[in-house]
Design a binder for this molecule. Sequence first.
Ligand SMILES: *Cc1c(COP(=O)(O)O)cnc(C)c1O
Length: 430
Amino acid sequence: MQTKDILEFDRTHIWHPYTSMIDPLPVYPVERAEGVRLHLADGRVLVDGMSSWWAAIHGYSHPVLVDALARQAQTMSHVMFGGITHRPAVELASRLVRMTPAPLERVFFSDSGSVAVEVAIKMAFQYWLSKGERRRTKLLTVRGGYHGDTFETMSVCDPENGMHGMFSGVLPQHLFAPVPSPAFGDAWNDAHFEAFETLLRANEGDIAAVILEPVVQGAGGMRFYSPEYLRRVRGLCDETGILLIADEIATGFGRTGTLFACEHAGIAPDIMCVGKALTGGMMTLAATLATAEVAEGISRGELSVLMHGPTFMANPLACAVACASIDLLESSPWRERVSAIETQLREELAPCADADTVADVRALGAIGVVETVRPVNMAAMQRFFVERGVWVRPFGRLVYIMPPFVTEPDDLSLLTHAVRDAARDPRLFS
Ligand SMILES: *Cc1c(COP(=O)(O)O)cnc(C)c1O
């Protein structure tokens, strides 16, 4: 197929994320991805500013990951996980147990982030059912969150940008506290936690778990909030016995400057979800970790087993690549790299703040965000970025970069300068 035919067939037959089949936005055919560069079919080369949605932390086609995949493929690409175990799964679980906060020690593997969150929620509900507490059917979360696109996960996404209106009647109803505040780095005041605490206390006996993204809210708004808020949530959960689920799918594996974002607050959740960068962006894989208390609580109940088991659970290819990716991360100076990226993002994006088109500029770890006043014109701004030789995909009122950790300063400058110029260009907004 020629590029023209690929584009034509794609346009007619294939759904892309969140797109129309009547009037789809343009897509760019990528032929190859290597290091921090995407090679387009027409020969243009783009510096990647997205890590393919938080995932490709080592860049693309990293030889260590390619090698791990090839070697595993020669031995065993997949085998069912019911009644069978294998070295890649055990080696990966041992790494996850070692590197996540101490009480998390039981691991459930699944094939995507949304499923990992579904499993976390199922664990929480089953934990209370096992104790005979049938009333605890509610989740408490915060506005501005994103936890996935399946139905239960959608029900805890931000109610405004999470399609709750559209699916009301189908979605379970849960409890929403306001967007967490203050912003990361701003002074704490107890008033910031009042609404959350009031809501939790008013519904205490109905709540199975609190679920939130620790410190950084990703796709629901790219906001960074005070670790003290998270410490307060942990304190209240300890006091009431309500479980705390931390969704680290976007934040895990160094993105925010600590290995996991919970570390900013020095807390451990009862259940934690990881995905995205788990395999360095090479394969789809996710995991839900739980404490012994949660895992054994479930197993002491009437059902005694956790009712979940995806067909491709603990896929050996994905597990082998994840082990290689974690080893690569741990043997690299990732803290220094992420910290240098943060400093550069902060300095080079700062000038955006002066533009009338810009509402806020912020950076944390390897995440730089320019929040705009008006929604971007996605197609126009996307074209602008491609013409500038960078891959940045804005949405709504957010233009942001989260580059691979291996991005060199010159390449990062290409990204920040393009974002700076886009954010100041009124023609690129709708
Ligand atoms: C991306 C994401 C998910 C969903 O993961 P998928 O692999 O897309 O299903 C869940 N939670 C958070 C915080 C995410 O960023």
